[in-house]
Design a protein around this ligand. Structure first.
Ligand code: NDP
Length: 335
């Protein structure tokens, strides 16, 4: 931790939007110094998230070019900017950030209100892996639609990074969790995460299977990160006053939508963004501490299935977009 901060670093840079091949490792990227209310973190791990593919492809535009992708990481604070209270060099932290100052890099400048202290028993990799997907899952089942004991809920991509954590939290809250996954192997991962039924939505009709499993009642909430391919089915299997919680677009963005469709069963629609659940330091602290406590307490069980070098970030994106993965993918940053 006392090592000098170098002038340049290795980082992934995206100079033009496009496919995974646009993720290029640069070895001479200037290390920024922290500005007011930010700290500089030397990363040990960066997490890979589906949103990174949206930044890279241009679905979610990034303001600066070139930019460094990556929305979460963990490491050691090496410098603090003016007016930072509560953080000092040497602190072990996990954080949330967004491009252009992403985490696919050896060093990242992070706002002081987006940092969490890593519990002593937790390693850097688990801490980084907990942030986006863990906090998203926690926000979905406690803030977007707070799961009630006895609810039936549907979780799409239930073997994925976020989906299996949503399933775990909903099951722990006493819900009957129905998962959806594309393969039998993924269905097994979803079952281990607490889904009592898993629908193979490539082969089975999602809405009618949910109605069959719930004996015609439908579900209290749909937690859907798949988007275009599952949105209609999600709406069709909600119970009266049910909640369609749409939080992602893994299969593409949900097309424009006629609100009259919400009148069947008086259902409610929400499109969440984690960033807006944690816009104040207090909100960030509340959600991150609850999430990290769920990991250390065993309610949330992480599953890291892929570990890539920083230079191989493009392979991680190909695997994620190719629908080949379950659980969490990580980038190991050279330290
Ligand atoms: P996942 O690990 O869940 O990977 C995506 C999964 O989506 C795939 O494994 C696949 O599971 C499923 N999928 C369905 N259709 C497709 C398709 N056409 N192409 C690729 N995958 C598909 O990723 P994350 O956990 O990182 O993210 C899941 C979703 O949640 C994303 O849409 C992401 O943007 C969103 N998200 C949103 C947040 C927010 O704040 N709103 C925060 C965090 C995540 P299967 O093969 O079983 O269908």
């Amino acid at each position: 931790t006392t090592r000098a901060i170098p002038a340049t670093m290795q980082a992934i840079q995206v100079s033009e939007v496009g496919g995974a091949e646009k993720l290029l490792l640069a070895r001479d990227v200037p290390v920024a110094l922290p500005t007011p209310r930010t700290v500089l973190v030397r990363n040990h791990f960066a997490g890979v998230n589906f949103i990174d593919t949206y930044h890279r492809s241009g679905l979610y535009p990034v303001s600066l070019s070139p930019f460094t992708p990556g929305v979460e990481g963990a490491g050691i604070v090496v410098a603090v900017g003016p007016d930072v209270a509560g953080w000092k060099p040497g602190d072990r932290v996990a954080y949330i950030t967004r491009p252009p100052t992403g985490s696919y890099a050896q060093y990242t400048v992070v706002p002081d209100g987006k940092l969490a202290r890593i519990p002593p028993e937790m390693d850097f990799e688990a801490a980084a892996a907990s942030m986006i997907q863990g906090m998203t899952a926690m926000s979905l089942v406690t803030l977007a639609y707070p799961v009630q004991k006895g609810d039936a809920v549907l979780v799409t991509a239930a073997a994925g990074g976020t989906g299996r954590l949503v399933a775990q939290l909903a099951a722990a809250a006493g819900a009957h969790v129905i998962g959806a996954a594309s393969t039998r192997e993924k269905a097994e991962v979803a079952r281990e995460a607490g889904c009592s039924d898993v629908i193979l939505y490539g082969e089975q009709d999602l809405a009618s299977e949910v109605m069959r499993i719930t004996e015609g009642r439908g579900v209290a909430a749909v937690y859907d990160g798949v988007g275009r391919a599952t949105f209609d089915a999600g709406l069709a299997c909600l119970q009266k006053l049910g909640f369609m919680i749409s939080f992602g677009n893994a299969s593409g963005k949900v097309p424009d939508f006629d609100i009259l469709r919400l009148s069947r069963n008086n259902v409610r629609l929400m499109r969440t963004a984690l960033w807006d659940f944690i816009s104040t330091p207090e909100e960030f602290e509340s959600l991150s501490s609850r999430t990290l406590a769920a990991v250390t307490g065993g309610t949330l069980k992480l599953l890291i299935t892929g570990r890539y070098s920083l230079a191989d970030a493009l392979v991680a994106h190909q695997d994620l977009e190719g629908r080949r993965t379950t659980g969490k993918l990580m980038l190991q940053v050279p330290v």
